[in-house]
Structures are given as C-alpha cells and as structure tokens.
Design a protein around this ligand. Structure first.
Ligand SMILES: Cc1cc2nc3c(=O)[nH]c(=O)nc-3n(C[C@H](O)[C@H](O)[C@H](O)COP(=O)(O)OP(=O)(O)OC[C@H]3O[C@@H](n4cnc5c(N)ncnc54)[C@H](O)[C@@H]3O)c2cc1C
Length: 499
C-alpha cells in the first residue's frame, strides 16, 4: 500500500511566496482529522500545507514501542469516516505500523480535494495570529530539522496546531546498581533475546505495562514476570462494551451512555467514589482494589491471561534497586525490601504523557480572531485529540464554535494535580461537548465521525442512544457545567466556556 506517504510524495516543498488557505502543524491523528474535516469546507483546489517534524505522517505511531496495538477496534481509529483498506475482522486490534500506514494513507484522499503540500522533517518554532492589510492571518515560522539556523516564514488564512500531548520520551529507570537491566519498552524484544530466562519486572500497570506483560508472556519461555503497579489501574471491559456477533444487538452499552454514567456520577468532589463506581460496574477486574483509570480498554481474556501469567503483582511504587548487605534488593515506597535475581529486566512503563518537567506553554484553543485552532491539553476541547480535531474544524467552518457553551479545560494542569479528578472532569467535559455538538451539528455530519465508539453497535441501537442523549440533554449539560465549574474552583485550573 502506497509505499508510505513520506517526504518524497509531495516534493517536500513549501511555497513561501503564497498565502496558504490552510496550514496544519502536526500529522498525527489529531492534525489529520482536522485536515480531513477542513477539506469538507475548503473549495476544491485550495492550497493546503501539512508540516511535521517526523519523516512521515502518523504521529506517535511512528515512534511507539513495536508491540503496541490499538486498544479499540481498528475501524474506530481513523481519519474522518475513512475506512481501513483491508478485510480484517472488525474487532482486530491493529499493530503500530498498520495504524501509522492507515493514518498516512488518509493524505491520498485529502490530496484529491485540495492542492496539498507536505513538508516532513520540518519543525515549527512559532505560530502567531497577526494583523495584515488583508485581515488577520496565521504567521508560521519553521525550519528543516537539519538546518535549525535557516528559518522560513509563511502565512495562512487558517492554521491548525496539533502537536500532540506534552510527552516525555521514556528513559530507563535509574537505579543504584547496574546488576539488573533497566530498559524501555522499545528495547524489550531485543533484551528478552539477549537475556534468556531472566525474570522481568514490569514497572507501571497502565496500557503500556499490560502490553509489555502480554508481549513477555507471548514468548512462552516460562520466565517469571512480575508487575509493580502502584495504586493499580482499571481498564474498561472491552468484552462487555464492544461485544461481538449477536451480542452487538442484545448486550453491552453504547459508549456514549457509559460516558454519561461517569459524567453524572462525578459531582466535582467525589473522584475516588467515581473511580470505585467505574471499577465495580465497568472494569475488567471488578473485585480488585485498583484505584486509577486512564481510559485504557482490555478484554476479559487479556485480563485472565495477564492475571494467570504473572508470578506476582506488587501494589506499591518502585523507589530503587540496590545492592545491600542482604544482597540485591527492590526498594518500594511503602513496603518491605524484596530480593531480586541479578540480571533481572526492569521495564519502565510508568507513562509518558504530562511527565515532562515543565508543563506545556498555555495556548488558547482558538486565537482571538479565529485564525489558529490549537489542539492542545492546556485549553483542551476533548481529552481525545482525534475527536477534538474532527469537531473543532467542523464547528469552526460552520461558525458554531463560540457562544454555544462548549467548554475547554486545562487537562494537563488537572492531571498533574489529581488523576482521578482528571477522569471525572474529562468525562463530564467530553460528554457535555458531545451533547452540545449533537444539538448543533446535522445528523449526517455526526454520523461521519468514524472515531465514535457507538458505531460499534448496529444503527438502531446507535439511534436509540442518540435519542436518549437528546431527551436528557439540557439537565445533563447543566450538571456537567456545574461539575466543571466546581473543578475549576477547587483545583484552580482553567475550565470555561468557549466564547
Ligand atoms: C503507547 C501509546 C499507545 C496508545 N494507544 C492508543 C490507543 O490504542 N487508542 C487511542 O485512541 N489512543 C492511544 N494512544 C493515545 C495517542 O496519543 C493518540 O491515539 C493519538 O495518536 C495522539 O495523536 P496526536 O495527533 O494528538 O499526537 P501525536 O501522534 O503525538 O502527533 C503529533 C505530531 O505533531 C508533530 N509535532 C509536534 N510538535 C511539532 C512542531 N513544533 N513542529 C512540527 N511538528 C510537530 C509530531 O512530530 C507528531 O507527529 C496511545 C498513546 C501511546 C503513547
């Protein structure tokens, strides 16, 4: 397929003499959804430029660890309503390179509608709204990755800035001893080869941790695998909520209903109870003491494979691995030291989002004169950047973005203050913005959001969910707004209506 849309496909050139109709910065799923949505409104042949510092489109799916897989069915991870160009079962969980190639292939569809230039391996250093004799414009300064000193400037009538979440490249954990192997998931498969049969400690129980446990167990070499998982992470039960076959008609629950449940459970103060409620009703391990939820999905089968394959699960935080008088030991924040075999492998799966030392610079979701839309976590429209990209552009081009009651939220600041309040607030925001979008946008357009997990269900069930949503829209919006205002006050984070 398409032999990767890469730097050669669109000549990798920018015409600095022209004013582009649209410039998109960031070719991840968010920027691509924004770009694809914009093509529905731009006249045919409009001049569009896509810039990214990576060598091709696909964003983090270019650089994530090689054994990562989507945790939702692949049809629901797409650009606009583009279908995957293959015949795989609907519930197939696509691999890293498959996801990257699918995202990248969306540029072929875009290039049929607009005059598209792509410039990869190019870093944008600033994008600002400026007043010109022709009206307000976005002014973008960039340079090729290998020529940071040679900056160029272009202007655009509209720009989208979609740089992804504030992401810290994972590093191996630093220990006082070098008698164990400390690695990142990207190095797992090679390290397993070079360290046959040594025990593995997976540090972190989120999606990356679960992928890592499964990858080690899949080797079937009988080595011991342990999980150090802090407060423990809950996963949404994919078996229950993404059922197969006839069960799509008879069981499960459209995910929008699930979001409503979480949004209404949260009152702005009860984040711990909200997570408990989630675990008891919607998680794969309803009986566990797990105290965190980060929107990961897991099937019951994966849960059982992990639970039965692990030698031990340590509900604590790793502080160090050190040589002591007693021998080589794992030191935990609250627990007794644990003996560890020399040569053991420690995989850092402690997460990378919002872990940079500094928070990302605040940036408005929309610039004062509307020329720059920014899909960022400091003034976020939706915790899923892909969904934000889709809706922000449709609403912008239709003149429906401001004054409708959509809320933006500083997701990064809230995440750093309280992860469970972050879940409650992001669920309330996502649900409220979806309800307002349903009230604002035509049905035909809503149905073209391929990212919507409700699309897993047959059309009549989706319609029923939509009518239920409409029936309680006003009281649900009022609840979510009150909750978000409370969170803004309590945590002193920016959370307000887009006016
Ligand atoms: C390991 C892992 C697994 C995940 N699994 C899932 C999953 O199964 N399902 C799911 O829905 N989500 C998953 N996610 C969440 C993931 O972040 C989103 O799915 C999504 O891919 C993020 O897209 P994005 O476009 O916002 O950011 P990115 O994919 O990070 O894309 C941003 C792009 O902007 C470019 N860029 C940034 N700054 C500049 C600049 N100054 N100049 C030029 N270019 C710039 C970057 O090079 C990058 O290509 C996962 C995340 C991780 C880390």
């Amino acid at each position: 397929m398409l032999d990767q849309i890469s730097k050669d496909t669109f000549q990798n050139q920018v015409d600095v003499t022209k004013v582009y109709d649209l410039v998109v910065i960031g070719a991840g799923v968010a920027g691509l959804n924004a770009l694809y949505a914009a093509t529905r409104y731009l006249p045919k042949g409009s001049s569009v430029l896509l810039l990214d510092e990576k060598a091709m489109a696909g964003g983090m799916w270019n650089t994530a660890y090689d054994f990562v897989r989507l945790h939702q069915p692949h049809p629901m991870f797409t650009v606009g309503d583009l279908r995957w160009d293959w015949r795989k079962p609907r519930d197939y969980l696509a691999r890293r390179d498959e996801v990257r190639d699918h995202l990248s292939s969306s540029l072929e569809s875009v290039a049929k509608l607009v005059n598209l230039d792509c410039c990869f391996e190019t870093k944008v250093v600033s994008s600002n709204e400026v007043g010109t004799s022709e009206g307000y414009r976005a002014r973008i300064v960039f340079h090729r990755n290998d020529h940071p000193d040679q900056k160029a400037t272009i202007e655009a009538r509209q720009a989208v800035y979609a740089p992804g979440l504030n992401y810290k490249e994972t590093q191996p954990l630093a220990f006082s001893t070098d008698a164990v192997a400390s690695i990142i998931p990207q190095d797992l498969l090679e390290t397993l080869k070079s360290h046959p049969s040594t025990p593995v400690y997976v540090v972190g129980g989120g999606k990356t941790g679960m992928d890592t446990v499964l990858a080690v167990l899949a080797k079937g070499d009988g080595r011991k695998v342990s999980l150090i998982n802090g407060r423990g992470t809950n996963f949404l039960n994919r078996t229950k909520y993404i059922p197969n076959g006839l069960k799509r008609w008879t069981s499960g629950l459209p995910v929008s209903r699930l979001f409503r449940d979480l949004a209404l459970k949260f009152d702005g103060d009860n984040e711990t109870q909200t997570i408990d409620h989630f675990r008891r009703h919607h998680a794969t391990d309803t009986q566990s003491p797990n105290g965190v939820f980060l929107y990961g999905l897991q099937s019951e089968e994966e849960h059982h494979r992990i639970a039965s394959g692990l030698q031990q699960t340590i509900g604590d935080y790793l502080v160090d691995v050190a040589g002591t008088q007693e021998g080589l030991e794992i030191l935990l924040r609250n627990g007794e030291p644990l003996e560890v075999e020399p040569g053991s492998i420690f995989v850092n799966c402690t997460g990378s989002f919002f872990r940079a030392d500094e928070m990302a610079e605040p940036m408005s979701c929309i610039s004062p004169h509307g020329t720059i839309v920014s899909i960022n976590a400091r003034d976020a429209f939706h915790f899923l950047t892909s969904v934000a990209g889709f809706f922000l552009m449709h609403l912008l081009y239709r003149g429906e973005l401001r004054g409708r009651g959509f809320y933006t939220l500083d997701l990064e600041a809230l995440f750093r203050k309280d992860r469970n309040a972050w879940v409650g607030a992001s669920a309330a925001q996502a649900y409220m913005n979806q309800v307002i979008a349903v009230q604002t946008l035509p049905m035909m357009l809503l149905d073209r959001c391929g990212l919507d997990l409700d699309r897993w269900y047959p059309f009549p069930r989706r319609m029923a969910a939509l009518y239920q949503m409409k029936a309680t829209a006003n009281e649900d919006i009022a609840h979510c707004r009150a909750v978000l205002d409370r969170v803004a006050d309590r945590f002193e984070v920016r959370c307000a209506s887009l006016n």
